[in-house]
Design a protein around this ligand. Sequence first.
Ligand code: F0G
Length: 458
Amino acid sequence: MDRWRTIIEPFRIHSVEPVRMTTVDERETALRAAGWNLFNLHADDVLVDLLTDSGTGAMSRDQWAAVQHGDESYAGSPSWFAFLESVQVLFPYRHVIPTHQGRAAEKILFSVIGGPGKTIPNNTHFDTTRANVEFTGAEAVDLVIAEGRDPAALHPFKGNMDIEALDRLLAERAGSVPVVFVTITNNSGGGQPVSLENLRAVRAVCDRHGVPLFLDACRFAENAWFIKTREPGQADRSVPDIVREIASLADGMTMSAKKDGLANIGGWLALNDDDLARRCRDLLILTEGFPTYGGLAGRDLEAIAQGLREVVENDYLRYRIRSTAYLGEALDAAGVPVVKPFGGHAIYLDARALLSHIRPLEYPGQALAVALYREGGIRGCEIGTVMFGRHPDGSETPAAMDLVRLAIPRRTYTQSHVDYVIEVVRWVAERAASLRGFRIVDQPPALRHFTARFEPLD
Ligand code: F0G
């Protein structure tokens, strides 16, 4: 298994999508029209799209076959039961509530349990999670361990929750904390995993204070693979077995099937509490749909049911984690500052370190992301002060880090695409001193990174 160094994709290509070649001049024009916001680009002007690993993966032959089995009955579709069984094999919660994607599950849950005066701790809230918490008037608090805030610190489980900080917070305000969340893997902190040991300790603290624990489980399979390969005593366990133990430590979960569901759309909210489930289903019917399809077509439920079987396979996960690390290792060897250890779904470039001449409030992550697109047609995503720097009261402070995330869609790009990315990032990094910052000329009150418009500074 480890005899050869070359990563071999555990699939061959069955159907291809063309990518369109563009010139620097064409991309410069596209950038101007987009207000220098990469979310505003036409995707066919992008050569290698590493904006997100969400919904952008390739489905397998067996998933496309499952799509043909989609049954679109309004109530009680066989596709619903296939979905339910696949979810509960891994996450045996009593109630499973299908939603069109992860944030719909968040919106429903926090609408029921959030509100002014409430506090939701998490290792690190993802942007939509934070926004959904704050939208209800509640406070979102990030309590990841100190290593998790330091891009250069080496720690096998940098997504771990700071147990003492959580204990202190719950001692002070347990009555106003309706739930503790743990995000696996910790996306905003660099795609870093959480250990079983840490999850057990979080569970113990929650039990002591009588607060339920939920998982934001988008990348649960990648997290389980890190546990299998990094946590003492876990090497011989199967991934599904590890996932079930993770599930058993929590009272519920939110999920985006666009990540480790290997699907293009979908998600769910799952939980054990009957009364909370009833209140969530009441909202589901208002906003998403009947409880046996939620926000999804029968065919989507089938694709997810099959995706959940494929995502926990060893060959897939070994390839997935190795091929992400391949990108990180090459950039690290070339002296490009990257978050380490390498995350599961993405490599994060440390733009603040690379562009130390650009102040955080002039958005070094934005400057780097724009340069990668301009020079090589590569679309990454700023995860820094643009995404997190603005507060509900309108004030602005630097985010903890200024990163550019190169997220790897699942089973989509080959090693030669990645070699091209390495070449472009190195070229840009060698000329980092010539990059300039940006200012924002237009922005919405929340989640500004999606729609803000920028202007380059002189
Ligand atoms: N939680 C985490 C940790 C996520 O990474 C995401 C989405 C969500 C919740 C929301 O799920 O998109 O299905 O509504 N992350 C994507 C990303 C968008 O690019 O990282 P969703």
